[in-house]
Design a protein around this ligand. Structure first.
Ligand SMILES: Cc1cc2nc3c(=O)[nH]c(=O)nc-3n(C[C@H](O)[C@H](O)[C@H](O)COP(=O)(O)OP(=O)(O)OC[C@H]3O[C@@H](n4cnc5c(N)ncnc54)[C@H](O)[C@@H]3O)c2cc1C
Length: 283
């Protein structure tokens, strides 16, 4: 029997639900894509009936939606309205169509034997973490894999500029994830940034692991803290990209090689990379 590992087609919108200010969860009906995609992977979206925006936009898989028998039948993404594509996504209603290709990129590796898995999300950067938390806690299996617990505990450190941008916090709390919030204006949680929260949490133990996703300045700050405390740390990068399949080299980041450094493509070598791999002073 031929096995398909990639989906490209037009899908129907099931829901487009507001989670916070300018932040939505979009549900795409596709059992095929939902059965293939794993936490950390992403998909590309385009409008089937428009040339503008010409290029697709990448969105992390937030979660798959499963029926009462546990079969995945839809994929959720989360988006923040900033520009051309997301302003159009905001107008979508159930039954509207989108062109989708994926899954793309490499999933988060397994965090087997990890103590605290600390997920650090800045702004809309929390989107890949709901699925990762469920996978790591052994609550859901993705991409045909059975559910299996990986770590002792999942912690979420989630920061936004202000309280009304916080999205989907209760989804994490419901899983038993320990949630620590920061806002830059102090309107919810700790006033400050995610790195201020990290600095105040108990010092990481051997066996803990950090995973961060958010704007590049935040990732750089988290990487510096992780390296100075010698905590292993992955980042899920969201560099703008045109093709998502390794052809165009628009999403490259400088990474270390045996000879020095070279460019890695976020779309096919990532989007999840080790902070020690990235040459931060060349970004
Ligand atoms: C692997 C990966 C995963 C991603 N996951 C997510 C996700 O889960 N959720 C999510 O929301 N995004 C995600 N992104 C980002 C997403 O792909 C888009 O880049 C983002 O949604 C913006 O697209 P847009 O068309 O709305 O904005 P664009 O129109 O492309 O604009 C991009 C930025 O440029 C600014 N801009 C646009 N025009 C101008 C102008 N004339 N002058 C000044 N500034 C301007 C916009 O304000 C915006 O900040 C991901 C990206 C990658 C690579």
């Amino acid at each position: 029997m031929k096995t398909t590992r990639f989906f490209h087609g037009t899908v129907s919108i099931l829901e487009n639900v507001k989670l916070a200010r300018a932040t939505y969860r979009l549900r795409l009906a596709s059992a095929e894509l939902a059965g293939l995609i794993a936490p950390g992977q992403f998909l590309m979206l385009r409008f089937p009936d428009r040339w503008d925006p010409l290029l697709g936009r990448a969105f992390a898989m937030m979660d798959t939606v499963r029926d009462e028998t546990g079969q995945p039948h839809a994929v959720d993404i989360g988006y923040f309205v900033v520009g051309k594509m997301t302003r159009l996504l905001e107008r979508l209603r159930p039954g509207d169509q989108l062109s989708v290709w994926g899954p793309l990129g490499k999933p988060f590796p397994r965090y087997d034997g990890v103590g605290d898995l600390v997920l650090i999300g800045g702004g809309i950067g929390h989107t890949p973490f709901l699925a990762l938390a469920q996978r790591a806690l052994g609550l859901v299996g993705y991409a045909g894999q059975p559910a299996r617990r990986e770590c002792d505990r999942v912690v979420l450190v989630y920061g936004t500029r202000t309280a009304d941008l916080l999205a989907g916090v209760t989804d994490f709390e419901r899983l038993g994830v320990a949630v620590h919030i920061s806002t830059e204006d102090g309107s919810a949680g700790r006033a400050g940034r995610v790195t201020d929260v990290l600095a105040e949490l108990p010092r990481p133990q051997r066996g803990d692991y950090w995973v961060a996703c958010g704007p590049m300045p935040m990732l750089r700050a988290v990487a510096q803290l992780a390296q100075s405390w010698q905590v292993p740390c992955h980042v899920a990068l969201e560099s703008p990209m045109a093709c998502g399949t390794g052809i165009c080299y628009s999403c490259v980041v400088p990474t270390r090689t045996l000879e020095g450094w070279d460019y890695s493509r976020v779309c096919v070598d990532g989007p999840v990379l080790d902070v020690c791999q990235i040459v931060w002073d060349k970004i």
